[in-house]
Design a protein around this ligand. Sequence first.
Ligand code: FAD
Length: 485
Amino acid sequence: MADPRGFLKVRDRELPPNRPVEVRLRDWKDVHAHLEEGQPFLKEQAGRCMDCGIPFCHNGCPLGNLIPEWNDLVWRGQWADAIDRLHATNNFPEFTGRICPAPCESSCVLGINQPPVTIKNVEVSIIDEAFARGLVTPQVPTRLTGHTVAVVGSGPAGLAAAQQLTRAGHTVAVYERDDEIGGLLRYGVPDFKLEKVHIDRRLEQMRAEGTRFRPGVEVGRDVTWVQLQARYDAIVLATGATVARRLTVPGLGLDGVHVAMDYLHQANAVVAGKDVPDQITAEGKHVVIIGGGDTGSDCLGTALRQGAASVTTLAIGKRPPTERPEHQPWPTDPVLFEVSSSHEEGGERTYLASTVAFLGDEGDDAGHVRALRLATTEYLPDGRRVPMSGTERDIPAELVLVAMGFTGPETEDLTEQIGIELTDRGAVARDEDFATNVPGVFVAGDAGRGQSLVVWAIAEGRAAAAAVDAYLSGSSELPAPVSAS
Ligand code: FAD
């Protein structure tokens, strides 16, 4: 156990400060100052862990992270053992330690009467320290099974599945239609939340372990699903939930109205030094973002860095995140998911706001968008949310970003080419072991689960890998932290 009286000696959380807003808005670097700044308080923060008889943080984390164990090891300064215990359950703590909403902290028992342990910051400190000390080395399999696996999609689910299967001795190729590997971590999440060096150095490890990468190949088009089936012994679908939820209001076809992912994809490419002709940019514009989730807040931080004249985020929710009591620990409050560093940086937020129409500069359905008509959202007794008549008003809008979430995966080619069955919500259907109706084809991450979180994608990737390994080898020793039921 970490310091047995630690939580009595240190009652408050201490975290490294975020970089000042006026400084970080001038660049795209991580808003957090982690290892660079040093954290003299880290040991005592890890020492606040009570090592509870029943550590609810384990259950709070889909990966079942062994949190009290690595808190203890950090408190003792045993970094090599700490990264071993962390890697035992999580392939990519550098991602979760940065962008997970940390359900573990909402489950921390200390949170009943004190602010919870700073678990996420301890996690990211372990992995950063491990990379800095050269403790993250390739784990090359000692024997090859001769089985081949194609993983389609290179987000956190696909990468976790690929790393587990490669280490189990299978020959794994990851197919990705984008020009670079990483899924939403590469082209969705901006650098100010996750700098791409963290993906690149993990890929270096994976390549050295034997995983092969095939970027720029769209399965279903460049190579058919049938061809893939013929070439590999098993397939893991990890194609994400990429179909954006759309609005159906007048004026949707106006120039300047975009789905958020088109905007973020281009912005991330430009930050990576790529040439994007006719980039959608917020520079000098009045920007309106529709949707107050992760995607919306990433658009906000991006628009502010591009030099928007103003940014207004519209959300139909009732409660602003600021109403969340500080360190809201338990029970998990869904509002937690809406708080992000971007909200500290600027912009206006309007709650209970329903979009009624977009107005164009050449009439209401032509030219470029110039304004957005909104109305106060009314909650009807049956739960429906509708615009309240008589409350309509117009706000300036020269760039509108629709960030209303995702309805599910793209499945046309999958159903047509190999007859994959879908759920009634449009996700890829699977049994509790992540197997689809097509023998040898498994699914992990948002493609099967629906729009979710990085930590769930990694957990599902690991569990699907165990199922594939058992399918190919008859049994598996790989861990399966979650089931798909
Ligand atoms: P994805 O990451 O979506 O990867 C799927 C990949 O499959 C994509 O790269 C796609 O190009 C590829 N693909 C699709 N079809 C094909 C095909 N036919 N052939 C080849 N390749 C294909 N979660 C958090 O926990 N914290 C956050 O802060 C957070 N921020 C987010 C911000 C944004 C803007 C978005 C959109 C999501 C965010 N999420 C966040 C959610 C998180 O990113 C996803 O839950 C997670 O990435 C899902 O992982 P995945 O591997 O299932 O799919």
